[in-house]
Design a protein around this ligand. Structure first.
Ligand code: OGA
Ligand code: MN
Length: 240
């Protein structure tokens, strides 16, 4: 199955509102001031590493573009039932599809995303991965397999907000939660891609703390993500 091939299941692994200041988008989009919650004990140098390698852009697509992407993928998704949790699955309550060709409305959106998120020398995987999480669905902590997936992973979120959690693979007390809004694009590379596991929390766990420890509940409903990846670098030897 697709997710089993793409995802190397890893370990499991909770900050402050901070302004995301590192870098600038290549076109007019600006990095969003994202609600992040760095759990207690998160080291400043690790924060630097994380923030410069995890980029998120709110409203990357419009409501109309979201609807149009949904219209194209929904017929393929709804033919399937949601898969429940199997012990070796990285994802619970999901269904998925892949798309190589997009209709004339959506192709420019996918191309905009790919041009924006991937450096020109990287070769994109021909199939875009479409992942549909049921309202009760969630993604367990994992690092995408370096055998099947290259240096950059770009994810467009449709239908729902959610909370992504990153846990440092070597120091499990280094934990950061990020709000991933509906219609946002996030880009993982470098440290966030390789040093941290990532996961999408279940709705009941989707709580973000602000610097004053006030909790904000994020209602995750059904969520579709459009995941673009690039080819792995065949010249490096992989652990996973
Ligand atoms: C994946 C993954 C994250 C998301 O498919 O490997 O981690 O936000 N997806 O859908
Ligand atoms: Mn992943």
């Amino acid at each position: 199955m697709l997710v089993r091939r793409l995802l190397g299941l890893a370990s499991r692994g909770h900050t402050k509102y901070t302004r995301h200041t590192s870098g600038h988008a290549p076109h007019e989009l600006q990095l969003t001031a994202i609600p992040y919650h760095y759990h207690e004990g998160f080291l400043p140098e690790t924060r630097e590493q994380f923030q410069s390698s995890f980029l998120i852009y709110d409203d990357f697509i419009s409501v109309e573009e979201e609807q149009s992407l949904f219209n194209e993928v929904e017929p393929h998704l709804k033919r399937q039932t949601y898969e429940k949790d199997h012990w070796d699955d990285a994802i619970s309550n999901f269904r998925e599809t892949e798309r190589k060709h997009w209709n004339a409305h959506n192709l420019p959106v996918i191309q905009r995303l790919q041009k924006f998120a991937f450096e020109p020398h990287l070769k994109l995987l021909p199939y875009v991965h479409v992942l549909d999480l049921a309202p009760q669905g969630y993604i367990k902590p994992h690092i995408d397999s370096a055998r099947f997936c290259g240096d950059i992973v770009a994810v467009l979120s449709l239908l729902s907000d959610s909370v992504a959690r990153f846990v440092h693979d070597q120091s499990k007390d280094q934990i950061v939660d990020c709000l991933v809004r509906q219609r946002s694009l996030y880009v993982m590379k470098g440290s966030s891609r390789y040093d941290f596991t990532h996961e999408i929390l279940r709705s009941e766990d989707s709580i973000l703390k602000d610097p004053n420890d006030n909790e904000r509940k994020i209602d995750k409903t059904r969520r579709i993500s459009i995941v673009c990846r690039c080819e792995p670098d065949v010249t490096i030897r992989h652990k996973t």
